[in-house]
Design a binder for this molecule. Structure first.
Ligand SMILES: Cc1cc2nc3c(=O)[nH]c(=O)nc-3n(C[C@H](O)[C@H](O)[C@H](O)COP(=O)(O)O)c2cc1C
Length: 215
């Protein structure tokens, strides 16, 4: 098979990012971009982000997860702590998050350390989830091999019956991680591949140092 994609070429011309227009704290710029994407490009699924971890097998692995909250401290997502990504984070908390918002021709790349959030925060979020999502979290041994989809659906139906009229408890293997950033790069596509890249790095005194990177 051969499919030459050499002619796939797009000119990026929707915006600019100048150092003088950027705030001291990258989380403020993150918030600004997030609001702009949400307002103008909602089809981009603004809160979908790629999480990359270094696995126990030594390979990096990336997959999409949903950003559920962000604060000055970091970025929170929810998952199964025993999943492949959970095990990877347990052995190496250094992770990378990235967003690609093609409508605005923007990318954000975040390096940071992942840690479990407090249990009561995971409880709070779990309670807010639809019942179907709560049940699925309970029955899914995420990342483990299973015989069939049927097996999964049977488990779901059984559990649905078991918890009829009852509150579903958050399983302790399911909860949130916060990724505390150490570096955040903002990328704005520009014409002729002269893209804007503004990078923020935390120094030893926890101050953000801003620089422009070559495209
Ligand atoms: C749009 C989208 C959103 C997703 N959101 C989540 C999420 O918030 N949490 C999660 O555990 N998996 C989410 N997934 C599934 C993951 O990409 C992945 O398949 C799953 O977490 C298992 O990954 P692992 O085996 O590497 O641990 C999402 C997938 C997509 C495409």
């Amino acid at each position: 098979m051969e499919n030459d994609l050499g002619n796939y070429r797009k000119s990026y011309e929707k915006g600019a990012l100048l150092l003088k227009d950027t705030p001291e704290n990258p989380m403020e710029l993150f918030q600004k971009w997030f609001y702009e994407i949400d307002a103008h490009f909602p089809k981009d699924e603004t809160n979908a982000m790629t999480l990359s971890t270094i696995g126990l097998d030594g390979f990096p692995k990336s997959r999409v997860v949903l950003l559920k909250k962000y604060t000055f401290e970091g970025f929170i997502f929810y998952t199964n702590y025993n999943s492949e990504k959970g095990n990877a984070i347990e052995s190496n908390p250094n992770v990378c998050l990235s967003f690609f918002w093609h409508g605005a021709e923007r990318q954000i790349i975040i390096k940071g350390k992942a840690e479990k959030i407090l249990e009561n925060l995971s409880d709070g979020y779990f309670e807010s989830r639809p019942r179907g999502s709560q049940l699925s979290a309970l029955i899914s041994n995420q990342s483990q091999q299973i015989e069939s989809r049927k097996e999964l659906e049977k488990k779901l139906a059984d559990l649905d019956k078991k918890f009829e009229g009852k509150e579903i408890p958050r399983p302790d293997f399911w909860g949130g991680y916060i990724v505390k950033p150490t570096e955040i790069e903002f990328w704005q596509g520009r014409a002729n591949r002269l893209h804007d890249r503004i990078d923020y790095k935390l120094d030893e005194s926890y101050n953000w140092i801003k620089t422009r990177l070559s495209p």
